[in-house]
Design a protein around this ligand. Structure first.
Ligand SMILES: CC(C)(COP(=O)(O)OP(=O)(O)OC[C@H]1O[C@@H](n2cnc3c(N)ncnc32)[C@H](O)[C@@H]1OP(=O)(O)O)[C@@H](O)C(=O)NCCC(=O)NCCS
Length: 155
């Protein structure tokens, strides 16, 4: 596989725009098993535009984080992916930190997410970033796999 060199100083993080959709869908389809209709992307964006962010190198989108507000105090990560050749280079951590700052600015105190119980690398990534497993949901995904609920309280 191609292993691009990444200088984290060249990463730009900004809010998602509708014309990003083709690139975003391509990354999500390559990296996540679950499939989402275009309407889902639109409705996530319309519900909370600040919570839908992308990371770029030049004009190329290399990472996506889409979320929702569960309540005025809690955000929920719905999709989170870094494109395959760009994983393991610090881009996901950068995107997550940026997202946590958006949450703090909005007065949100905690973040939750669901992750496949078999997704060891993502679980480890979230644990390194301060998330803990608080519960499990049986048969959460469309292929019957269960999910862990992970949760982080923001300082
Ligand atoms: C989970 C995911 C979003 C994390 O993003 P990422 O960019 O790969 O994450 P990072 O590079 O910041 O961190 C990953 C690892 O790389 C290492 N790393 C961080 N910065 C690094 C750098 N500059 N150079 C080399 N390695 C680095 C970290 O030690 C980290 O290890 P850990 O996973 O054991 O914590 C990404 O791997 C991904 O898209 N996975 C597939 C989709 C997925 O499972 N999404 C989550 C669904 S809930």
């Amino acid at each position: 596989m191609w292993h691009p060199k990444v200088d984290l100083n060249q990463i730009i993080i900004r809010r998602f725009r509708l014309d990003d959709l083709p690139q975003v869908v391509r990354i999500i389809d390559r990296t996540l098993t679950e499939r989402y209709s275009l309407e889902i992307y639109h409705s996530i964006y319309e519900a909370w535009p600040e919570g839908f962010i992308v990371s770029l190198i030049g004009n190329k989108i290399v990472g996506v984080l889409a979320s929702a507000k569960n309540s005025i105090y809690e955000a929920r990560i719905l999709m989170f992916s870094v494109d395959t050749p760009y994983q393991g280079k610090g881009i996901g951590s950068l995107l997550l930190k940026h997202f946590e700052n958006i949450c703090r600015e909005e007065g949100i105190r905690a973040i939750r997410l669901e992750v496949r119980i078999s997704n060891d690398s993502a679980i480890k990534f979230y644990e390194r970033n301060g998330f803990v497993i608080i519960n499990m949901i049986n048969s959460y995904y469309s292929n019957g796999e269960s999910a862990y609920i992970m949760w982080k309280m923001l300082e």
